[in-house]
Design a protein around this ligand. Structure first.
Ligand code: ATP
Ligand code: MG
Length: 271
């Protein structure tokens, strides 16, 4: 597990102004791939045990929000970091372009239905943040409506926090060059080609606008109850190590426990 101090490097301090270029996209020289592999295996086991206790404890849920540019590795993050959890303790939701019905409601309507119930870990593959990211870049709503959404997001997340939800919000940070490599890989590999879409190339042209929108979103919506982390994501082994460390640390901080059951095992017979 990477230590508290190292984790803090990736945290967006509430109230700070994010400049993404100041955050690393790769591991530092002190990090070792072989060590990381072992640490991640151990952290995944710990996370699995902690989510069982999260369920028995019943007071909290954990919502992991994952946002990233196209092809940055959201799918492999979910598979590799959360793939060994008990499916009964998890929920997942993937947010695509809203349907006609979803569009006819406020932007949080479709989100709220997918927040994890107490006792479970929920994973959002994209999220309500799309409504201040792609919506801003593409002008999908009037500017003043989008400008109002940051406060609505903070209020929504605070409400969920007060009702027992804990948050880990992850931005998978990669460079534009790295995205090029990953898009080329999608095109070249027959088993990955289905993931490629011509629209990825159009979105890529808007890279700088997306970066500016991410900076704005993370500056305005990294809060004490729901902080953002900017995860170096160009090496999967280091990305996994940071993410598993952040999640395990949060679960451990909740002081989860089994309820005390008032029975004397010596007095019970099962025939
Ligand atoms: P990958 O990164 O692996 O391609 P993906 O998350 O991009 O996966 P897709 O089905 O390719 O999955 O794309 C989902 C699309 O839906 C994204 O382009 C995203 O911007 C868009 N989307 C999600 N939420 C909204 C929203 N609220 N408004 C408009 N578009 C949205
Ligand atoms: Mg896509």
């Amino acid at each position: 597990m990477i230590d508290e101090q190292e984790i803090e490097k990736f945290l967006v301090e509430p109230g700070s102004v994010v400049e993404l270029q100041r955050f690393q996209t790769r591991a530092g020289p002190a990090q070792d791939k072989e060590y990381a592999g072992k640490a991640v295996a151990e952290l995944r086991d710990r996370m699995a045990a902690l989510t069982e206790t999260l369920y028995v404890d019943g007071r909290y849920s954990l919502l992991v929000v994952i946002q990233a540019m196209d092809a940055a590795g959201k799918d492999s993050t979910i598979r590799r970091c959360f793939g060994s959890l008990n499916p009964m303790r998890c929920t997942t939701a993937q947010f695509r372009s809203p349907t006609v019905q979803e569009k006819s409601h406020d932007f949080l309507w479709r989100i709220h239905q997918h927040t994890p119930p107490r006792g479970t870990l929920g994973i959002f593959n994209r999220s309500h943040y799309e409504d201040v990211l792609v919506a801003r870049v593409k002008g999908l709503a009037p500017r003043e409506i989008i400008n109002g959404r940051y406060d609505h997001i903070n209020a929504f997340e605070k409400m969920l926090y007060d009702e027992g939800t804990r948050f880990v919000k992850l931005y998978l940070h990669v460079s534009k060059d790295y995205q090029r490599e990953r898009l080329l890989r999608r095109i070249e590999r027959p088993d990955k080609r289905w993931k490629f879409s011509m629209s990825d190339l159009e979105e890529r042209k808007l890279w700088d606008y997306y970066i500016a929108s991410y900076e704005q979103a993370m500056s305005r919506c990294s809060t004490e109850p729901a902080p953002w982390y900017i995860i170096p994501s160009e090496q999967r082994w280091f990305r996994d190590l940071v993410i598993c460390s952040v999640v395990v640390r949060l679960l451990e901080s909740l002081d989860l426990h089994h309820p005390s059951i008032d029975i004397d095992p010596n007095k019970i017979e099962v025939d």
